[in-house]
Design a binder for this molecule. Structure first.
Ligand code: FVH
Length: 306
């Protein structure tokens, strides 16, 4: 392979999956001048995307996953879930391929997929996309992708992989991108749960419109963001009592007020009650030891033994 071939090869890749996210990725690579071979289970989506590009578009529609994979060394997969990755790549020759899986999955699924790929002669990197399709190809939106697995693969293709969004390599354990992804998404859903409860409390209340509460909520959540760093420090030091500003006993008592307010407003407490139950459990385990603690101490109850 001469220099020109190398350049061409580095600008060419295969993409399996043209759902909302896969299509956004494809458009970004094409806009940046990369050549794409694409495959999608429902072929009409691939043909529409190719038609969008016009005659000069550097896109080839493959008739099968095997044909798409054969076209390039770098193969990016963005399908619904790990089962769809298995079904698309079943029986496909992956020898010498660099497989990048941007399909959301669990850490264990990513580790199994890495071993499965390596057994078929491919290098493997798993990716967790932290962003929505509209954030792809829009660096100002702040989206990025966690990557983990083969560092050599990531370094080889980093420039191409970072066209849609910046990459953050989080280690050679192929499960770690998914673990980071799911940790952040889980925190997001906890936040959404609290926000949903807050809006439900004021819904229908004369004099408090949702749009009036919104800026107050945003401001408050920003101010309470300190809990992230506080929890990290305490989990590292295992010191849950020094410098506590809002102790557990006070917060458990205060949670009663929040639950009674939900009752008064006719709102189900189903989204916030589990967290209060965890705080009560920590206090009840040893009141003398835990009353003066920070609520971060309750995190230690969540991990199951073994
Ligand atoms: N969209 C988002 O906001 C999030 C952002 C963060 C990352 N996620 C994950 O990205 C993966 C793909 O998501 P998507 O938004 O592209 O999803 P859909 O638009 O639903 O497209 C799904 C594609 O998967 C294909 N597919 C489904 N089942 C199979 C199968 N058994 N065999 C082969 N392909 C399959 C589907 O094909 P088709 O329905 O068009 O024929 C689409 O190409 C996902 O992991 C998100 O969690 C997105």
């Amino acid at each position: 392979m001469n220099d020109t071939d190398t350049t061409v090869a580095q600008r060419s890749l295969t993409l399996l999956g043209l759902g909302d996210m896969g299509s956004a990725l494809a458009r970004t690579w094409l806009a940046a001048g990369h050549s794409l071979t694409i495959w999608n289970r429902t072929a009409s989506k691939a043909h529409s995307l190719a038609a969008e590009q016009g005659a000069a578009g550097a896109v080839t529609v493959a008739a099968s996953p095997a044909e798409a994979v054969a076209a390039n060394r770098l193969v990016v997969v963005c399908l619904l879930d790990d089962a769809s990755v298995g079904s698309a790549l079943d029986g496909v020759d992956l020898t010498g391929k660099d497989l990048v899986n941007l399909t959301t999955g669990t850490p264990a699924e990513a580790r199994r997929r890495a071993a499965w790929s390596e057994a078929r002669g491919a290098r493997f990197v798993d990716g967790g996309i932290m962003g929505t399709p509209v954030m792809i190809g829009a660096p100002e939106a702040g989206g990025y992708v966690f990557y983990s697995g083969s560092r050599a693969l990531f370094d080889t293709h980093r420039a191409v992989l970072e066209v849609p969004a910046v990459g953050r390599f989080v280690g050679e354990d192929p499960g770690h991108a998914a673990l980071h992804d799911v940790a952040l998404l889980s925190a997001m859903y906890g936040l959404f749960a609290g926000i949903s409860h807050a809006f439900a409390l004021v819904e229908g209340e004369e004099g408090i419109a949702p749009k009036d509460l919104a800026p107050l909520l945003s401001e408050w959540l920003g101010a309470m963001g300190f809990f992230v760093g506080n929890a990290a420090e305490r989990l590292t030091s295992r010191d849950f009592t020094t410098g506590v500003v809002s102790n557990l006993a006070m917060q458990v008592a205060g949670s009663g007020t929040l639950l009674r307010t939900a009752e008064e407003q006719g709102v189900s407490a189903e989204l916030i009650a589990p967290y209060f139950a965890l705080m009560r459990r920590r206090l009840a385990a040893d009141e003398a030891a835990h009353a003066a603690e920070d609520t971060a101490g309750a995190i230690t109850l969540l991990k199951r033994a073994g």
